[in-house]
Design a protein. Structure first.
Length: 246
């Protein structure tokens, strides 16, 4: 069972922060999930939302500010940390064996950022980290672009109720991503209802769940036939996993 820290480990430290990423390296997670947007001048920035409002002391779209301006935006719940670049995050993880799940996010209007994927692929390959990176998205067209531009890199599709509604139900959604050669991570509320169907379509080795965070939720999923758990509390998941191994 692989344990992935969601946005670093956002229920322990500030999400997508360099401090959080440094701290999560000490947890012996298998991988860390993070999210990328593009600044107005083409720098890859690590932040979840397309808007600054929820996690910083600023407001407005990430993509409307330059990297220099975004470098002055303070992250909430930190001692003055700013939005990190992907290059800075790769500096943190490069010396470790931890894998990275890098999610391609959409802009404030729901559109893909022009050139974002190309920049991410180029940076990952320049750092010789391609074997440790999984490129992820909710959007099938972006997954198709990942397959075309980086066929040797692993792909992961995230699935929730909204995507199932958009793509014709869970069976059609899962089959679409299976055809694209994806690992598939399903929201836990959806997967509880459709685990048997997901196993039939996806198979255990490529099926994951996100984001169980309580002891009860994590204990449940550690006993299920899935290959990975993405959690905001990877520390709890690792403790439970160790206890089960004793």
């Amino acid at each position: 069972m692989r344990i992935i820290g969601h946005r670093g480990a956002r229920n322990i430290w500030a999400e997508n922060s360099l401090g959080g990423f440094r701290n999560v390296c000490g947890l012996k997670v298998d991988a860390v999930e993070l999210d990328v947007h593009l600044s107005s001048d083409g720098e890859i920035m690590v932040i979840h939302d397309p808007l600054l409002d929820r996690t910083t002391d600023h407001k407005g779209p990430v993509g409307q500010l330059s990297s220099a301006a975004l470098g002055k935006v303070r992250l909430n719940d930190t001692l003055g940390e700013t939005i990190p670049t992907l290059a800075a995050v790769l500096d943190v993880f490069a010396p470790t064996g931890i894998e990275l799940e890098i999610e391609m996010k959409m802009d404030a209007f729901g559109n893909p950022y022009p050139g974002l994927l190309d920049k991410v692929i180029a940076l990952v390959e320049a750092r010789k980290l391609a074997s440790r990176v999984v490129l992820t998205c909710f959007v099938p067209e972006v997954i198709e672009e990942i397959r075309a531009k980086a066929p040797g890199m692993r792909r992961l599709a995230s699935v929730d109720r909204r995507s199932c509604e958009a793509f014709g139900g869970i069976d059609a959604t899962l089959r679409r991503f299976v055809d694209l050669g994806c690992i598939i991570a399903v929201d836990q509320s959806m997967l509880r209802l459709a685990l048997d169907r997901a196993l039939d379509i996806v198979g255990r080795d490529k099926l994951g769940v996100w984001v169980p965070n309580t002891v009860a939720e994590l204990d449940h999923w550690l006993g299920q036939p899935v290959s990975q758990i993405t959690s905001d509390r990877p520390d709890l998941a690792l403790q439970l996993l160790a206890a089960k191994a004793r």
